[in-house]
Ligand binder design. Sequence first.
Ligand code: R5P
Length: 317
Amino acid sequence: MSDRSTMPTRIVAGTAHPGLAAAVAAVLGLRPAPCDVERFPDGELRPVVHGVQGGDVYVVQPTGPAVDDHLVELLLLVDACRRAGAGAVTAVVPYFGYARQDRRGRAGQAVGARVALGALASAGADRLVVVEPHTVALEAMSPVPVEMLTAVPLLADGLAELTPDEAVLVAPDLGAVKPAEHYARLLGRPVAVVRKTRLSGESVHAEELVGDVAGRPAVIVDDMISTGGTIEAAVRVLLAHGAAPDIAVAAAHGPLVEAAWDRLGRLPIRCLLVTDTLPAGGARAVPLRVRSVGPLIADAVARLHHGRSLEALLMRG
Ligand code: R5P
């Protein structure tokens, strides 16, 4: 990795989560570079960036709801930085929308993750920094390097405070097993796994459980909560297998759609722990705790800028 430390660092904040961009900049002792995102009356976006010439730029923009608007804005911001004479341009996408479309679930679908990654590379991004993407396959699909930061240590710290030592960690589907094992190593707790089948965007089916949860509190760990369908199905399986009605949920990302709060509010969930990769919104029918990934991202930016290894910050394979 080359030492770029003689170049100034610039943080550019898109409109998806300016608070997080400001937090990253503050840890680095910076202020976000001025940036306006104008719109034509018909809705077309037109961002304008200032003060990025000759600097290495980190554009901070999670592509959560409204996913398509935020993705297009990110593409335009990257292009604007490139054309304004920035040095290296890194897209910092704490929540990477479209990561769930990493393969065709059925004939006739697109591979949305590859399309989004290709578009970012063509817009001029030299590198991507993401946090706990739904799939590590992003790296293989991306034309430019992708740094996948882990939020598990941050969330595990929160779980150590919020949940009892005897709680079982629960992966709500097979895709969540590896991160659940990472939590288990950090917290020294056992893991159980729910077998889930997705029926549609909003509904999933789950019945089987591998592991022993009888009489014990449980902590469901997942990469994201959207409709809450996966969590609801996992809670029902846990209760059916005798888990105590004292369940916590931890997820890196909370793109919670409005209906998710109703769904989660009807379940015996003591708290929901997420990070701030996306702005917190919604009716909050369940106690919500948020841990900031600002310092993690700032650390990654500083390491990239000074050519130091990111190894300690990355997801485990
Ligand atoms: C799916 O495989 C993901 O890891 C999450 O479990 C899922 O996207 C959560 O979505 P929802 O809350 O809509 O079930």
